[in-house]
Each structure stands twice: as C-alpha cells, then as structure tokens.
Design a protein around this ligand. Structure first.
Ligand code: PLP
Length: 419
C-alpha cells in the first residue's frame, strides 16, 4: 500500500463526530449584571457617559487583582498600547524596541507617535523576546521597550527590567495575551512601568466584544495615562487648566465595564483551568515523537492563550502543514504557524504606510538611525518553521481533552514512517 493510500485510510472516520464546543465564556452572570445596569439606567433616566460607576469599579477591581496600583479602562488593546506609550511623552524619532511577535495593534502605536519600532528577536524556542535580544539593540537613540508576553507565556521580566534600569528606559508590558500569567509568583503587568491589556472577546477575560486596560503602579504615570486616554483633559491639574496634550477619546464604557467586572471575577479560575487542561495534554502527548510541548522554565507560569506545539519532521513522513491539516480536519483549531504574529513583515511596515506615502517616521531627516535596517530575527523565524499553535479554552471538559489527544495520536499514527 502506498503511503498516500494508508494515510487517507487511517484518517477516514472522525475521532469526534460533533464539533469542539464554542468557548461559551459569557453566561447568566453577565446577563444579570447587564440587565441590572440597564434597569438602573431606565429607572433613573440617566445614562452614564464619562467615568461611570461601573467603569470606575472595574478599574478599581482590575488594579486590586494586580495587587494595587491604578487601572484605566480603554476601548481596545491597541488603544491601551497607544495610551501607555503616549503617556511616556517620548521625543519623536527616537527608537522603541519591541519583541518580534505581537499583534499589529501592539506595534502600530509606535510609528503612529513618530517613534521608530526596532524589532527584537525572540529567545530561542520562544515567541517572547528576552534581555539578550533587547540588549543587542540598545543605542543612544533608544527611548523605551515594549515587551509582548505571547501565547500567555511570560517574558523574562527580571532580566529585562534589570537591563532597562541600567539604561534608564521605560518598559511597557503587553499583556494582551497573558492575563493571569505569573513569573516567580508575580502577576505579569506588575513588572514594567506600564502594562497594556486587551480585553476583547477572545481574551482570557473580556469587557464584552472589545476593550482594553492600561495599568501602572505609579500615581504620576496613571495621571499621564488618564490625560492620554481622553483628549488631554486636565485631570489632576489645578482648576482652570485646559487640555494639555492632543489625543483621542479612548474611554471604555459602563456597559462593557459591567461585563468586565463579572469576567474579572472568573479570571483566576479560568486561568487555572487552562493550566490544568494543558497539564493533561502535556502528559498525553509525551509519548509522541512527532510533536512536543516546550518545557516551561521554573517559575514561568503561562496562562495559555493558545498552546505552541513543536513539530518534529524527522519523526514524520509529512510536513508540518500536512499534519496540521489533519488535526484541523478532525475539528481541532490549529494555526500552522504564527506568521500572522509578526507585524514587521506585514505590508504596512515593509512599505512604511503610516503617514500616506511620506515614509515617515523612518524617512524623516530627524531620524538619526538606520531607516533601512533589516530585522531578520532568526529565532522568531525558527519558531515559525518549527511550531504550530493549538487553540484551546477553559471550557474544554475531559471529553474534549481525551478527544484532542486521540486526534493527535491518530494523526501521528497516520504519518509515522513504518519500517
Ligand atoms: C499581543 C497583543 N497586543 C495587542 C493586541 C491588540 O488588542 P486589540 O485587538 O484589543 O486591539 C493584541 C490582540 O490580540 C495582542 O495579541
């Protein structure tokens, strides 16, 4: 029998006839809260607009979850990064170092503020950048560092903060994909000078379909954040002051905050559940040669927004894309690589489409760096080639875990060379 025939035969008949369940993370509790909010609006005749009770309560609860400090709820994760960066008031045409893997919304705020993104490679075998990779890019033009924690995995914040302090550079943690992840017991978001979270509907906890939060432990930074997130309004300034900087209105709203409060209360259990699911997947996949899960470093507790899986071609008679296609056909949700997570390879970056055809900020005569610099990022490239991403969620039960493992084993059987 040819390899192709055997493969086709062994794939016929699905492990799981029904689809994997939708996430279903919005439930009766959120409905009760939203109904109560709308009841109050109807009874009082007053629709809160700026700084409503629900938004203020959500911000206070969010800060309390991170052990104190200050939170400002905004309209998206991209807005959170824009606002966090804006609050630093960096001189234009300086450089901001940022990890190679992130969402475009985590990177675009840099050139949008006339700053130059300088792309740091990942650590070997990781989607996150590290102190060594950042250190290699620090120059007299560097003005700040953005550290995306990708897939829920913590970046080495101790190393990065030590480096940043040595050069007196502010650090923004991008926690959009890492709510509830910890490094040596400490929650991500509490290491840097500022943190940006996305709370859109696909994240660990959501303020409804869209949203974001800027967090900081510094009162002065919080005050700058509030002005940056709402048209430079003279918050915390003497009476009679006027708007102090140009910005947009990035506020969240009370309806979203109402949902966010319920979701935030569910977050710790939901992160625990994701960890338990991955623990079981790790056990069940251990005997396969074709795939492996990276061993977490001691003290690194991911919150698993998704699960990176390494594919070992030497153990297979197929390539990674074929293996992933088999998993997807069986109903798992698998992304063959994380190419989409490299904004600096996207058209807007390559063609410098930020301010029309000007090529700014790179093309500005005020930029004294190397505008045509190439960021090869060999470790990040190796991750694209070696890994795929398995999507999972906290509402997988034991049946889903068993089925996922059975699917992996079935695909591995189909694509193992027989001697
Ligand atoms: C790392 C990272 N940063 C920023 C964002 C942008 O967040 P939003 O989609 O809420 O604007 C995302 C969104 O997925 C992200 O994953």
């Amino acid at each position: 029998m040819s390899e192709e025939q055997r493969t086709t035969e062994e794939i016929v008949g699905k492990v799981r006839p029904q689809p994997f369940p939708e996430r279903g993370h919005i439930g009766a509790e959120e409905k009760v809260a939203v109904d109560a909010f709308l009841d109050r609006v109807i009874e009082s005749g007053v629709l809160p607009f700026y700084d409503g009770d629900e938004e203020l309560a959500y911000c206070a609860e969010f800060a309390a979850w991170l052990g104190g400090g200050y939170a400002d709820a905004v309209s998206s994760g991209s807005a959170a990064m824009y606002v966090a960066l804006k609050s630093l008031d960096l001189e234009p045409f300086g450089e901001v170092i940022i990890g190679a893997f992130t969402d475009p919304g985590g990177m675009m705020p840099i050139p949008l503020q006339n700053l130059i993104p300088v792309i740091a490679d990942s650590r070997p075998n990781s989607y996150c950048t590290g102190p060594e990779q950042i250190a290699a890019l620090i120059s007299p033009l560097t003005r700040g560092i953005v550290v995306p924690h990708i897939a829920g995995e913590p970046a080495d914040m101790d190393g990065i903060m030590a480096l940043a302090r040595r050069y007196d550079l502010p650090v923004i943690e991008d926690c959009a994909q890492a709510h509830g992840a910890r490094l040596n017991g400490q929650l991500l978001g509490t290491f840097g000078d500022l943190a940006a979270f996305s709370t859109m509907g696909g994240k660990h906890h959501s303020t409804g379909p869209q949203g974001g939060v800027v967090y900081t432990r510094s009162e002065a930074r919080y005050q700058a954040v509030r002005r940056a997130s709402d048209r430079g309004k003279p918050f915390f300034l003497p009476p009679g002051s006027s708007n102090v900087t140009a910005s947009l209105n990035f506020n969240l709203n009370d309806l979203a905050a109402t949902i966010g409060r319920v979701q935030l209360a569910k977050l710790p259990a939901s992160v625990e559940r994701r960890r338990a699911i991955v623990g079981q997947l790790r056990e069940g996949l251990a005997e396969l040669d074709m795939v492996s899960l990276d061993q977490p470093r001691p003290g690194y507790e991911s919150s698993y927004w998704f699960l990176p899986v390494q594919f070992h071609p030497a153990a297979a008679i197929c390539d990674k894309a074929t293996f992933c296609a088999a998993l997807n056909r069986e109903g798992l949700s698998v992304m063959v690589d994380y190419r989409a997570g490299m904004p600096h390879r996207q058209e807007w970056f390559v063609k410098r489409r930020v301010f029309g055809d000007s090529g700014y900020p790179w093309a500005s005569p005020d930029y004294k760096g190397a505008p045509d610099r190439d960021f090869a990022c060999p470790n990040a490239q190796a991750m694209i080639e070696s890994h795929f991403n398995l999507m999972l969620h906290e509402n997988w039960g034991s049946q889903e875990i068993d089925d996922a493992l059975a699917i992996f084993h079935k695909a591995a059987r189909a694509y193992t060379a027989r001697h």
